[in-house]
Ligand binder design. Structure first.
Ligand code: MFK
Length: 550
């Protein structure tokens, strides 16, 4: 009979309760959560229900650019769906920017904040992009422009949707996004009254409905770029000299409005040291890179939750898919990736919180500088690979749009691209190691954390990780051979950096009676996922010329 066989779709339940990795990590890092546990659980409930519904709705009603009104006036309106606006209101109400800046938790604020982002992200249609840049802008203003911070940060960190502002980060120009120093042609002109006006075109401006943005421009008569703050509308509500040309037609992040625009006399305020704009904007870059990582983790957690639910429902060869050893092994491998990604990302968030509250040691500050690009580059690659494997785990359904599954792969693909590609971040790691001397303090810190585990139940694994840490590393320098090896070097460091909190978590979870899952993940990670030191960089450089054909 036609229609007698149907596949049962995967269903979401509370995403906090479903995520043992999240719950155990939070229990270790915030041992006395008080009312927070209720907040996490409530957000897990919302993420499985109403927020997920809003995200689906926003995804199916992408934003629209309306250049002119009915009477021919240039308006450049960006129409977003009611669901997109509702997600913004939800983000404010849940304190998704505010939680990082509220004082109650002290240095642990970032751990709580990242738990919220982790839960919200996969049910937000990437609304989290706004949050990343808003958070980064708040941090940059706090560090570089106290007066502007007093004006804007209360909005950027508001829990009230009526007063909540978001921020864009307008960096990329038509010449490309990596070489910001060389590729930025926007000019800043000083008026007679000392104020600044900007002239130039920005090529990738995400979150274009934001109230404000931070951008880079070259002040006339000066060398080097400067950082500028602008608001998109003037006090009378008119546009601040900004013309929007069109919205990007992107592979993923389709609910997120990303524009091409020109500034023609846009009023702006200079932030930070003149000519040091790239340096001044790095607090923003570093915050958004950690957001990128938690976004990757959220997606991995969501796909694993769906895969598990589906495996219990799906009958193949007369038995639930969950009973198939090869399918279980496939999910086990994905779980290891997720556990490592989450441990590493939360380690970054923990260090960020310590730095922001002025309690990080010099070694921890160095570790954070190194960890930030490492966390971003590793987790982004993991998310793409995991999303691809996860879709395969749903069979043909994973390739069909109205199952709501392909969107994960399309969205994952942006994670290694925006906020610095894998190669640009590898070069950032190389720069931080070669110029800022961050490797030795990080190694010392990591060694002492692993040594503290050697006598415990994780002793053997921690010792193996220590062995990897002690293996000789070809230190990056400024020569081309070192550049050719930069990605391998960064990926190896990232894997090692994940092993440290993964082992700590595993020891804690065993000790607290949470079972061996976390320990097995740590063991597999250390044994199977830390790349070897490999051949010399000179050899790679020579080979890559031949193999690339370039
Ligand atoms: C869901 C999550 C969503 C996430 C948000 C998505 C938003 C999407 C919007 C975008 O994609 S915006 C575009 C993102 N673009 C990038 O991420 C730019 C990629 N390029 C880089 O990261 C380059 O490394 C960079 C432009 C930062 C630097 O290149 P340069 O021009 O060669 O600068 P240089 O001379 O190396 O560095 C200038 C100074 O900054 C140096 O300090 P000193 O002058 O004191 O020596 C560097 O050490 C310092 N620096 C650079 N990167 C740093 C840093 N300091 C701290 N942290 C860093 N990351």
């Amino acid at each position: 009979m036609d229609g007698a066989f149907f596949q049962d779709p995967p269903r979401l339940a509370n995403t906090f309760d479903a995520d043992a990795v999240l719950r155990e990590t939070l229990a270790r890092l915030i041992p006395e959560p008080g009312a927070l546990a209720g907040v996490w659980r409530a957000l897990g409930d919302a993420a499985a229900g109403p927020l997920a519904a809003l995200a689906r709705e926003a995804e199916s009603s992408p934003p629209r650019h309306v250049p002119f009104d009915a009477w021919g006036r240039r308006v450049d309106a960006i129409e977003v769906s009611p669901a997109w606006t509702a997600l913004q209101h939800e983000a404010a109400r849940w304190g998704l920017a505010a939680a990082a800046y509220e004082p109650e938790l002290g240095p642990l604020a970032r751990v709580h904040h990242f738990a919220l982002l982790h839960l919200f992200g996969p049910s937000s249609a990437i609304w989290t992009c706004y949050l990343a840049m808003t958070d980064g802008a708040a941090r940059t203003l706090i560090e570089h422009a106290p007066e502007l911070a007093r004006h804007a940060v209360p909005h950027l960190t508001s829990r009230d949707p009526a007063t909540f502002w978001t921020s864009g980060q307008w960096m990329t120009e038509r010449g490309g996004g990596s070489d910001v120093g060389g590729g930025t042609h926007t000019v800043a002109r000083r008026e007679d009254d000392g104020s600044w006006r900007l002239f130039g075109t920005k090529w990738f401006t995400s979150a274009i409905t934001s109230e404000m943005a931070l951008t880079l421009a070259r002040a006339e008569g000066e060398t080097g770029l400067s950082l500028f703050y602008l608001e998109q509308r003037l006090a009378d509500g008119s546009r601040n000299g900004i013309t929007i040309h069109r919205l990007k037609d992107k592979l993923g992040t389709r609910a997120l409005p990303t524009a091409e625009l020109t500034m023609d006399g846009t009023r702006a305020v200079r932030v930070g040291e003149p000519g040091r704009g790239v340096k001044s904007i790095t607090p923003l870059l570093n915050v958004t890179r950690l957001h990128n990582a938690i976004s990757a983790c959220g997606m991995m957690a969501r796909l694993l939750q769906l895969l598990r639910d589906y495996a219990r429902r799906r009958i193949v060869f007369g038995a639930p898919l969950a009973a198939a050893p090869l399918h279980r092994e496939t999910l086990a491998a994905l779980q290891v990736e997720y556990e490592a990604a989450f441990a590493l990302t939360l380690d970054g968030a923990r260090l960020l919180g310590r730095r922001e509250h002025g309690v990080a040691s010099d070694a921890e500050r160095a570790a954070l500088r190194l960890l930030t690009p490492l966390v971003k580059l590793l987790t982004a690659k993991q998310a793409v690979a995991l999303a691809s494997e996860a879709l395969e785990g749903f069979g043909g359904a994973g390739y069909v749009e109205d199952t709501g599954l392909p969107v994960y792969l399309r969205d994952a693909q942006v994670l290694p691209i925006w906020e610095g590609t894998t190669n640009v971040l590898s070069l950032d790691v190389r720069r931080a190691v070669a110029r800022d001397g961050v490797l030795e303090p990080w190694i010392a810190l990591s060694r002492s954390r692993l040594e503290a585990l050697v006598r415990g139940p994780l002793g053997r694994i921690a010792s193996e990780a220590l062995g990897h840490l002690a293996a000789p590393m070809a230190l990056p320098t400024d020569d081309p051979a070192s550049e050719a090896g930069a990605r391998r070097f960064a990926l190896r460091l990232a894997a090692l950096a994940a092993a440290v909190p993964l082992c700590e978590q595993a020891a804690w979870s065993l000790d607290q009676g949470h079972g061996e899952r976390s320990a097995l993940a740590a063991a597999r990670w250390v044994r199977e996922r830390i790349p070897p030191t490999g051949e010399s960089s000179e050899q790679r450089l020579r080979e890559s010329v031949v193999l690339s054909g370039l």
